[in-house]
Design a protein around this ligand. Structure first.
Ligand code: GLN
Ligand code: ZN
Length: 758
């Protein structure tokens, strides 16, 4: 009997082999055959890892050279017109990355993860046609190795829901066309073996869906599950509950449902329905979104409570989602503190956790063999040590944060801004930037050399200060009015702070795929957060000492620090965020005491932390706003607080943004004219706004005219007194040769506008 299951496995490779070979291929340093060779080796290794851990349901088609949504588009023949002349890998990578004639397809976030998928482009005039070769080949590849896989597919309703129409319409209008290709696909798959399990990923079911979408579930799965008797379909959801869909799915002929009981504990409400339907329950109980060792005993308890409703023989134990969202293996973590490492578990380790909990749940503690008994004991010990370790629990922090009373800064915005304008004396349409300047190879090299102890602190400091000097000289010469120091000392806006906060850990090899060949290595919060000493004050005061103009201090906000880290799971997220906020409020206090008059608190990831379900949004907003306000609560009335957000869609959240009570917010609207700014006017937004006037994500240098035009558009919406002028994000990814002329043009444009306004 099959007892356990993995939704999907990471594919980048334990040493990011896939990344390396892809990037080599793109740079024309190796052939596609080489890419395929590495891909085959990786698949084989990944299947074997799962098999060796005793996982019963191992997937095929979870592998991809770039992205599974892109793969699905190819499988269905959904190829945008502009790529139609291309074939094979040239077609595939052009769709993903563009080529000299065609722009790439759009990419966007996969639900609330940091994985990005390619957005399929659909149109009414398209004809879709099956190309099942990838699926068939991968299935056969595994079979030759003696591994019978379940086949992972993105379900049709999610595929349509996440695609876009290029001819302006609703993607669901293409439902029948697309479903017909899925039917063909299932017919092909049914020929592959005596019987086959197919996992249909339908994460779209975890959103608050309209009836229009829910009404498609029954016809879809009635049709697909009836294609062939030898196919068992599992419909899998994750990241939240999918109770509305479950109600419908139990009345279709599918074989099983995969549900996430960790991030969607409300799924527990569906147990009775599932039980009555006699369907298999693939119970996601081991976290696929985090890096913490599973607590085997409490997982077992959760399973036992599920078993009160669902017959044990219908339960299959699973990861909560694909393990794609966790790093690969702890094997290469050589530098981590032993105690901390013992609390962690990456994808490979999670396989053994699932296997252990399977034995415990199905066979009972008394039938564990010596090895498993040891494994259970050491799991219990590791979890105990987390409950008591002095590395984690800091009484002083806990008390201070619990009894923290300063929830907002003094003074009303209306009074503060008058005072600030008077003291700071900036003009209307004040000119500034978002913080970072180009991270040159020299800057990166110096940082690396210092980190590896190859150069002294003095040497490093001098190089950084020289860079800061250059940044200031350029900004003064160019006519920027509120200056920044350029952030040369920061490799990353979260890591920089994490490294200086107590309670933060860093891995050597904790890479998680972000998109294509790109991976990120999020730091992790394991313990109570405190700030042993000031983190930015020296750099900023140095910079301020070099100019008579105002130097803007630069911090990353609590919500962004939290959202871009792996967060401890032994404490509610909002408490962790509050601890970070309190630490940041001390930093602001220190900056202000050191004479810094404007401080920017970046909340680049404020929006991406939004929950998937409306019901939870209010709760998130409440603590996210609370913690932003706590972090700036130490600011005096005359200290001006800026914030920056890397997006432009504020329609749904404008009230929340206003509630954050920042004096100035800079946002990313350069690509959408003044359209997205209108909401600020509509709701009577009071505070000042810096809508980026040019797009920094492209190497293009905006002309003076373009920027003049852009500023005019802004002035159609908001008055000059309320507007700041800045690029739409930090400049660290750009070259000086792009940044210098762009900023000069920006300043010139403001001069022209100001002259016209007089
Ligand atoms: N201050 C940061 C920078 O300029 C902000 C970056 C961001 O929000 N992504 O780099
Ligand atoms: Zn930004």
């Amino acid at each position: 009997m099959s007892k356990n299951y993995i939704v999907g496995f990471p594919r980048i490779g334990e040493q990011r082999e896939l990344k390396r070979v892809l990037e080599n291929f793109w740079a024309k340093n190796c052939s596609f055959i080489e890419v395929q060779k590495v891909a085959s080796e990786l698949k084989k290794r990944h299947w074997n890892y799962q098999k060796d851990s005793g996982i019963d349901f191992i997937s095929s088609n979870d592998f991809s050279l770039y992205d599974n949504m892109l793969d699905t588009a190819i499988i269905l023949g959904a190829i945008p017109k502009r790529f139609k002349t291309l074939n094979n890998e040239e077609l595939y990578f052009s769709m993903a990355r563009g080529n000299k004639d065609c722009v790439a397809m759009e990419m966007t976030k996969w639900f609330n993860t940091n994985y990005h998928y390619i957005v399929p482009e659909l149109s009414l005039e398209d004809t879709y046609k099956l190309n099942a070769s990838k699926i068939i080949n991968e299935y056969d590849e595994a079979k030759e190795l003696g591994i019978k896989t379940k086949i992972n597919l993105i379900g049709p309703i999610t595929f349509l829901g996440l695609s876009k129409r290029v001819d302006n319409g609703d993607t669901y209008e293409l439902f029948n066309k697309i479903l017909a290709v899925y039917e063909d696909l299932l017919k092909e798959i049914s020929k592959l073996d005596e019987y086959i399990t197919i996992q249909m990923d339908e994460p779209i079911f975890v959103r608050d869906n309209e009836m229009k979408i829910l009404s498609l579930i029954k016809p879809t799965y009635d049709r697909l599950a009836n294609i062939s008797k030898n196919i068992n379909i599992v419909v899998t959801t994750y990241f939240e509950h999918s109770n509305e869909a479950t109600k419908i799915l139990v009345n279709t002929p599918i074989w099983g449902l995969g549900l996430d009981f960790l991030h969607g504990d409300e799924n527990l409400k569906s147990l009775e329905l599932i039980s009555n339907s006699k369907k298999k329950l693939i119970a996601g109980v081991v976290d696929g979104r985090n890096i913490w060792k599973n607590d085997t005993k409490s997982t077992n308890k959760l399973l036992e409570s599920i078993a009160q409703n669902v017959d044990k023989k219908n339960i299959i134990i699973s990861s909560s989602c694909s393990l794609l969202h966790t790093p690969f293996t702890l094997k290469y973590e050589e530098k981590l503190d032993k105690e901390i490492k013992n609390w962690l578990s990456y994808a490979v380790e999670k396989l053994d956790e699932i296997s252990l909990v399977t034995k415990l749940f199905f066979d009972g503690i008394d039938s564990l063999d010596a090895t498993n008994k040891d494994a259970l004991d050491s799991n219990i010990r590791a979890n105990k040590s987390r409950k008591t370790s002095a590395l984690i629990h800091d009484k002083a922090v806990q008390e201070r944060v619990t009894y923290y009373t300063k929830f907002q800064r003094d003074g009303r915005y209306e009074d503060r801004i008058k005072l600030q304008k008077e003291i700071l004396g900036y003009k209307d349409l004040a000119i500034t930037t978002i913080g970072s300047f180009p991270q040159t190879p020299e800057v990166r090299k110096a940082r690396r050399a210092f980190k590896n102890a190859d150069i002294s602190y003095e040497n490093y400091e001098k190089q950084m200060k020289d860079y800061i000097d250059d940044c200031i000289a350029f900004q003064e010469e160019c006519g920027i009015e509120v200056l920044v120091h350029g952030e040369p000392e920061r490799n990353d806006m979260v890591e920089y702070f994490g490294e200086q906060l107590q309670g933060y850990g860093f891995s050597q090899n904790g890479w998680v795929q972000s998109y294509g060949s790109r991976c990120v290595k999020p730091p992790f919060i394991y313990g109570d957060i405190s700030r042993p000493k000031a983190m930015t004050v020296d750099w900023i005061t140095y910079a301020q000492s070099k100019t008579k103009k105002i130097m803007k201090g630069m911090l990353t906000g609590p919500v962004t620090i939290l959202n871009w880290s792996f967060v401890r799971d032994d404490m509610p997220k909002d408490e962790v965020s509050k601890q970070i906020a309190v630490a940041l409020s001390d930093e602001i206090n220190d900056l202000q005491k050191a004479g810094i008059k404007i401080i920017q608190v970046d909340e680049a990831a404020f929006k991406e932390g939004y929950p998937l379900r409306d019901k939870k949004i209010k709760i998130y907003e409440a603590w996210a706003v609370r913690d932003f306000k706590i972090s700036v609560s130490s600011a005096k009335e005359e200290t001006q607080i800026h914030t920056h957000m890397c997006y432009s869609e504020f329609n749904d959240i404008i009230q929340t943004i206003e509630n954050m009570d920042a004096d100035v917010i800079s946002i990313e609207t350069a690509r959408s004219g003044n359209e997205l700014l209108k909401i600020f006017k509509e709701v009577g937004y009071k505070q000042e706004v810096g809508p980026g006037v040019y797009d920094i994500h492209s190497p293009r240098i905006p002309s003076i005219n373009t920027i003049v035009h852009q500023i005019k558009l802004l002035l159609e919406v908001l008055p000059k007194e309320q507007l700041w002028i800045n690029p739409d994000c930090g400049l660290k990814t750009r070259k000086w040769s792009e940044v210098k002329p762009s900023l000069k043009n920006m300043v010139e444009a403001v001069k022209i506008i100001r002259a016209n306004l007089k």
